[in-house]
Write a protein that binds this ligand. Structure first.
Ligand code: MLT
Length: 410
């Protein structure tokens, strides 16, 4: 009989967002009269249509595929040069990143999980708490952890709590860790890191020979020019960091799928014989073996995000979602709730009213207001007592959520 990867059995029941979807489905089935009233502010899934420039470029890509002269079969596993170059020109022009250090993919969720293929066993791994659950679950699947304790914390991971006391900025670990996951602007707390804070992480990584896995999927939502958008704005990061970016949230690609990894050739890891090996070489090998590239029409569409018209359209989308975040923040603050994030990120992180825990607030919002939020504890035990409201929605829905929140909490 085929044996299984028993690490999967260590995982908690279900991945957070499908679990939320399951509970919402159960609620709407039990309350069909309320089903149409449900507003989803749980998973951070975009709601607005693709920018017209993106749609046009995707159509053109499909037309090319339908014509013998312009048809394309397998593309480069690392992505087409036109997109890699557009990314460098538009996102990394002054940061010394080369086009061949960009690897196009079908999204950051896959990339942040797949990256573990190139790291060995026995690494000490630090994650923030609360955290995007993919970082934890993929390490569990890879066998990098022991079992979870009753609070859901896995043996072998170094948890870095982020709470109101430390302004949701994790302390630099006292012990030596090999891999550090950072996500800024942060999912789920919507908070950001200053240049000094990121510089402290890079200093730590260089001193301890660690690698920073920097998830910048939400960088487009930063409006404050003082806040770094890339870890590579920090001196020395090109020796110790890998960055993950996505077209999901800025270009509205959650249903289209396109992201990229930025892996400078100067980042190395240690082989069993003690020699240093560029991680770029390993990732290139991994992608060439396990991935055949994002589709051509999708890469054409992604490149259109950087066209002059595409930039205007993306800016309008960001403005729309951040306008939503502002309304949600203001509504919660007016109710006397403690509110974090939502200023340079599309997530608003709210402390539950006294006496209500995270899943209690989820149930209350669903049962009494028909609004889906994400319970903070679903992102880790330090998220207990909070809930996350996603600003990805229509303006009408967000205004309605503000009204219902008021009726519920006031
Ligand atoms: C979230 O809601 O945290 C995100 O949508 C998850 C994701 O991007 O995979």
């Amino acid at each position: 009989m085929a044996t299984i990867n028993s690490n999967f059995l260590k995982l908690k029941a279900g991945y957070l967002f499908p679990e939320i979807a399951r509970r919402v489905k159960a609620y709407t089935e039990a309350n069909p009269d309320k089903a149409d009233r449900v507003i989803r502010c749980g998973i951070g899934d975009v709601t607005e249509p693709l920018p017209p420039s993106v749609v046009k470029a995707m159509h053109e890509g499909v037309d090319e595929m339908g014509c013998r002269d312009t048809f394309k079969g397998y593309g480069p596993e690392q992505g087409y040069a036109f997109l890699r170059e557009a990314i460098v020109e538009n996102q990394y022009a002054e940061l010394g990143i080369a086009a061949d250090e960009i690897f196009i993919s079908d999204g950051s969720k896959c990339d942040t999980g797949n990256i573990l293929d190139i790291f060995g066993a026995g690494n000490t791994i630090a994650i923030t708490d609360p955290v995007y659950p993919v970082y934890v679950d993929t390490n569990v699947m890879a066998g990098n952890t022991g079992d979870a304790d009753p609070s859901g914390a896995y043996a072998g991971l170094v948890y870095l709590p982020c709470n109101a006391e430390n302004d949701f900025s994790p302390a630099i670990p006292e012990e030596k860790v090999d891999l550090i996951y950072l996500c800024y602007p942060n999912n789920p707390t919507g908070t950001t890191a200053t240049r000094e804070q990121l510089a402290a992480w890079v200093k730590y990584a260089k001193e301890n020979d660690s690698v920073i896995l920097f998830d910048a999927a939400y960088e487009a939502f930063i409006s404050d020019p003082a806040i770094p958008r890339s870890i590579f704005e920090i001196e020395g990061a090109k020796d110790c960091a890998i960055e993950f970016r996505s077209f999901s949230k800025n270009g509205g690609f959650t249903g289209v799928r396109c992201g990229y990894v930025v892996l400078p050739k100067s980042v190395t890891g240690k082989a069993a014989d003690g020699s240093r090996v560029p991680l770029h070489q390993l990732w290139n090998r991994r992608q060439s073996t396990k991935f055949n590239g994002a589709s051509y029409p999708v890469q054409k569409a992604a490149a259109a995000v950087f066209s002059p018209q595409g930039k205007k359209e993306v800016a309008a989308l960001i403005e729309h979602y951040m306008g939503n975040a502002k309304l949600l923040r203001e509504a919660a603050i007016a109710l006397g709730l403690k509110v974090y994030g939502g200023e340079n990120a599309p997530y608003v992180w709210i402390a539950c009213p006294d006496g209500v825990d995270s899943w209690g607030m989820f149930d209350k919002m669903l049962n009494e207001a028909q609004v889906v939020v994400t319970p903070g504890s679903g992102f880790g035990s330090a998220g207990e007592g909070y809930f996350r409201v996603s600003a990805f929605n229509s303006r009408d829905n967000v205004e309605e959520v503000c009204r219902r929140l008021k009726a519920l909490v006031a």
